[in-house]
Design a protein around this ligand. Structure first.
Ligand code: NAD
Length: 416
């Protein structure tokens, strides 16, 4: 078995963490119990490129127990939990990941993962899928792939539009049981967790500027307000901006928000959202963090070139002293703050995201050869199955339509 990890001796610590996550992921666990009878992944080769965290550890164990042959790398240079990586290698999975890799090593790890010649790719951000489509990829045995996040789905839809996508993709992010829970509740809580772990600041009373009022931005804005912050939203979409205003938040362009914010959190999936002109307007001591997928939302290069002194305050916080004297603090190098400075999303939401990953992978295998190279939506029935299973695990019952109600809701004859 091939692998590249930081330290195999960390395996026991990692196993304890995965065991802890397992307890909080009952949907995935029950699916595994149900599916194991037919070994739906027997002999299937899966290449994964998704944050190596304890929750991903539970997904990897599940895929492994259902018969898959796995090869895995991280999808961010700073998000790998080295003890989890060691545990997974010890349990028989080829892992190519460690925290703090260079860009070159990051892509080497992706290419090592691809050597398995996968039947299915599981991706988060589309770096693996794009690399599979390059000269180093071998597509001969691929049935299809899945994509975990908004930015990855956007990239793959662009490939589809340009006629460059060569195998079908299940857009896991677009499942309601994914983005309405993982992006909203998951990032909402874990992004603030990361900021607090990195700085220990009091959120209450702070002016928090959240860029983007989509699924992630809404979740963070809501949690920050719950902790007592004054929240301002910046947006480019008039509908999202209007929703933010009517949800009770201030809405400003970044050029104005830059002057008043104490803490800035980007969640847009766009680039250069906070840039040179904004840094120059910011108050002394402002803190910057990004929760969008790539480290392009805060223009870190411009921050560097406008600074006369750069100092590491702690593992995840860097002080930039601007030429005019003000100090700005960047968390996690502008990479996903919840994964770099905290542990990623809570297990309870990853339970549903990864149940979607599992069922989507099985769907690709069952329909091999019959799907076109397009980005596919997740079927409503899959979303409903996962939501029902989650409710069941929480001991929550809901109502069912009577026959009469069903007729009413599907007819037109009864009006005023
Ligand atoms: N940190 C995590 O763990 C995590 C989890 C899920 C998603 N993500 C990532 O977070 C990002 C956002 O995901 P989402 O699901 O909320 O997407 P979304 O499409 O629901 O929301 C993005 C919002 O940002 C706005 N926006 C775009 N460009 C902007 C700009 N220049 N300035 C201000 N607003 C702008 C859009 O109008 C939209 O309302 C993506 O990169 C996604 O991959 C991260």
């Amino acid at each position: 078995m091939n692998y590249r990890i930081k330290d195999p001796n960390l395996a026991e610590e990692g196993k304890k963490k995965i065991d802890w996550a397992q307890v909080h992921m009952p949907v995935l666990f029950n699916l595994k119990k149900k599916l194991r009878v037919n070994s739906p992944l027997k002999g299937v080769k899966i290449a994964g490129c998704l944050h190596v965290t304890k929750e991903t550890g539970v997904l990897i164990r599940t895929l492994h127990d259902l018969g898959a042959d796995l090869s895995w790398c991280g999808c961010n240079p700073l998000s790998t939990q080295d003890d989890v990586a060691a545990a997974l290698v010890d349990e028989g999975t080829s892992i190519f990941a460690s925290r703090g890799v260079s860009n070159e090593q990051y892509y080497d790890d992706i290419r090592s993962t691809m050597r398995i010649k996968p039947n299915v790719t599981i991706d988060d951000g589309a770096d693996l899928t794009v690399e599979m489509h390059s000269s180093s990829g071998n597509l001969t045995e691929v049935y299809g792939g899945t994509e975990e996040t908004t930015t990855g789905v956007i990239r793959l839809r662009a490939m589809e539009k340009n006629g460059q996508l060569k195998y079908p993709i299940m857009a896991v992010n677009d499942a309601e049981t994914k983005h309405d829970f993982d992006n909203f509740y998951g990032t909402g809580q874990s992004a603030l967790d990361g900021i607090i772990r990195a700085t220990n600041i009091l959120i209450s009373g702070k002016n928090v500027v959240v860029s983007g009022y989509g699924h992630v931005g809404k979740g963070i804005a809501r949690r920050a307000a719950g902790l007592g912050a004054n929240v301002t939203i910046t947006e480019i979409d008039p509908i999202a901006a209007l929703k933010a205003k009517l949800d009770g938040f201030s809405v400003l362009p970044m050029s104005s928000a830059a002057m008043t914010g104490d803490l800035f959190i980007t969640t847009t999936g766009c680039k250069d959202v906070i840039r040179e002109e904004h840094f120059l307007q910011m108050k002394d001591g402002s803190i910057l963090a990004n929760a969008g997928h790539f480290n392009v939302e805060i223009s870190v290069d411009a921050l560097k070139s406008n600074s006369r002194l750069v100092k590491q305050i702690n593992e995840n916080t860097t002080e930039y002293e601007l030429k005019r004297g003000n100090k700005l603090y960047l968390i996690g190098e502008g990479r996903l703050v919840n994964l770099v400075a905290a542990e990623g999303h809570p297990s309870e939401v990853m339970d549903m995201s990864f149940a979607n990953q599992l069922l989507s992978s099985i769907k690709l295998i069952q329909s091999k050869g019959s799907l076109l190279p397009l980005v596919y939506e997740i079927e409503r029935s899959q979303d409903q199955e996962i939501a029902r299973a989650k409710l069941e695990s929480m001991d929550i019952n809901i109502d069912t339509l009577t026959e009469d109600q069903e007729t009413y809701l599907t007819g037109f004859s009864i009006g005023t």
